[in-house]
Design a binder for this molecule. Structure first.
Ligand code: NAD
Length: 511
């Protein structure tokens, strides 16, 4: 997801916490080299290794060297974590606490996260490869999520339902129990936060499985949760591979629900694994989001935003504007503007504040992107910019623009998840909507027009969970985030996320 955050954010007492200032490159390197790299996972109150002692190397995608290693948790570790979560849930140390008290502790976590802005900013650079200009927001946004749902903890109350009978019917929102949270690597701090905090606010216990590529920020969050007074066993974190620890979590009997964010391909495996125990499932999956530039658009703004919407976070964003659809009258001009911008984007050391695009998260991710570029060329699309790995160290890929892309191709249809844009012309509004909806995905879409009637008409016809009109990529924790079609089955963010982590229990009283 592209996150656009405000500068400065309010603490519970109303004071504005300013954004961490990025130091010089030398100083950033020095501070990054002194960071404590977590090397244990959290089960109950214990920071521990995997039962069988196996480990996964943590690789810095810029230096390609090993930063440290984390436990490669497996089925046995997941079983232990689920047991710890179940025990805490049943003991009521969190689940039976008043909503207000839970909210206060979540706010305390928010304060601690803000104090660690530098840690989260630097760790995301060296673990994930994103530029520090972008990672500097991670802590403030995560803190906002803790505070927002902390605020809901005593407000998501039930109701008394008027019946056709004379009896009373009371509906109370109870926590579901133990929730497994599985997250991807592209926004390590925010994704982990997003998938556990609504559950915690409502009194659930959680077992979090971060992505094996980027687990460090999640482990730091676990530490801060304990420090803020969230009781032992309420937040458990099992690091490990998806097909091992992730799959075990989906199958575990003691897990009542799974909140998954990741690819549609993995989402299908999660569904299958969870079917044996019929778990509640919330899946937030892949995207291939269209951005439509109509003939009456503010062209400069449309191209600037389409470009940022595509190349922000190296294009490793579920809702990146990866399919640009342009009215035929503007097509040549838009292509010229885009290719000029692609040539100017500054790739570099993620810790350098002048870097505009960092490197991809792993060699595997880089290879996958290069394969798609080959496929695009073979499919007959025109490579107008980029297309190559950057020379030297680091998993860098040049910002890549394919033009004249037709909808029958794989590069138009499949999520590449990297800095690879496709551009396609359209004739009229109907053609634009048909092209936009010609996808298995339906996460987000943007459209650019000065005509309000066109905006309303097109927005209502687009099959996308989020539609941005004359803007792209904005998110706010208060606004729901969901998808059509194979982009998922769940809704994150906003009040809507609370439905999934609660059971509306109906209690009748005879009168
Ligand atoms: P992924 O599907 O490979 O992995 C996501 C998580 O699932 C990881 O923690 C991984 O270890 C785990 N996993 C892998 N195999 C598993 C299995 N068999 N059982 C259980 N868990 C398993 O995705 P990724 O490469 O980490 O992230 C990129 C994908 O995430 C993209 O498709 C992107 O669009 C999507 N994404 C979606 C959203 C959204 O809000 N819809 C947000 C961010 C990313």
């Amino acid at each position: 997801m592209t996150i656009v955050a405000r500068r400065g954010t309010a603490t519970p007492t109303g004071e504005i916490m300013s954004l961490w200032a990025i130091p010089s490159l030398n100083e950033a390197n020095r501070r990054a080299s002194e960071l404590k790299i977590p090397d244990k996972m959290l089960i109950g109150s214990e920071w521990c290794d995997a039962a069988d002692g196996r480990r996964i190397d943590v690789v810095n995608p810029f230096t390609e060297s090993t930063l440290g290693s984390i436990p490669r948790g497996g089925e046995q570790d997941v079983r232990r974590a689920v047991k710890a979560a179940r025990k805490s849930f049943e003991a009521g140390s969190w689940s039976q606490l008043s909503g207000r008290e839970r909210g206060q502790r979540l706010s305390r976590v928010a304060d601690l996260i803000r104090l660690e802005q530098e840690y989260f900013a630097l760790i995301e650079c060296i673990d994930n490869g994103k530029p520090v200009q972008e990672s500097q927001w991670a802590a403030l946004i995560a803190a906002e999520v803790f505070e927002y749902y902390g605020g809901w903890a005593d407000k998501y109350h039930g109701e008394v339902v008027p019946l056709k009978h004379r009896h009373y019917n009371m509906v109370v929102h109870e926590p579901v129990g133990v929730i497994g949270a599985i997250v991807p690597w592209n926004f390590p701090t925010i994704q982990a936060t997003q998938n556990i905090v609504p559950a915690l606010a409502m009194g659930n216990s959680v077992v979090l499985k971060p992505a094996e590529e980027c687990s460090l920020a999640a482990l730091k969050l676990g530490e801060l949760c304990l420090e803020a007074g969230i009781p032992d066993g309420v937040v458990n974190i099992v690091t490990g591979l998806g097909e091992e620890a992730g799959a075990a979590l989906c199958q575990a009997r003691g897990v009542d629900a799974v909140i998954f964010t990741g690819s549609t391909r993995t989402g299908r495996s999660v569904m299958q694994a969870a079917s044996g125990t019929l778990k509640r499932l919330s899946l937030g999956c892949s995207g291939k989001s269209p951005d439509l530039i109509f003939q009456d658009a503010d062209l400069e703004a449309a191209v600037d935003n389409a470009f940022a919407g595509m190349f922000y976070n190296q294009g490793e964003v579920c809702n990146s504007s990866s399919r640009l659809l342009v009215h035929e009258s503007l097509y040549t001009e838009v292509v010229t503007m885009l290719t000029a911008r692609a040539g100017q984007l500054r790739l570099g050391d993620p810790l350098d504040k002048t870097t505009e695009m960092g490197c991809l998260v792993s060699q595997e991710q880089l290879d996958q992107n290069l394969q798609y570029i080959d496929i695009g060329v073979k499919e007959g699309a025109v490579l107008a910019a980029g297309g190559r790995r950057r020379e030297g160290r680091g998993y860098f890929l040049e910002p890549t623009v394919f033009i004249d892309v037709v909808p029958e191709t794989r590069i138009f249809q499949e999520e590449i998840f990297g800095p690879v844009l496709t551009v396609t012309p359209f004739r009229d509004d109907d053609d634009a909507v048909a092209l936009a909806n010609n996808s298995d995905y339906g996460l987000a879409a943007g459209l650019w027009t000065r005509d309000v009637k066109r905006a309303q008409d097109v927005a209502s016809r687009l099959q996308a969970g989020t539609v941005w009109v004359n803007m792209f990529g904005y998110l706010d924790i208060a606004s729901p985030w969901t998808g059509y079609k194979q982009s998922g089955t769940g809704t994150a963010w906003g009040r809507n996320a609370l439905d999934f982590v609660t059971v509306p229990k109906s209690i009748w009283y005879a009168r």
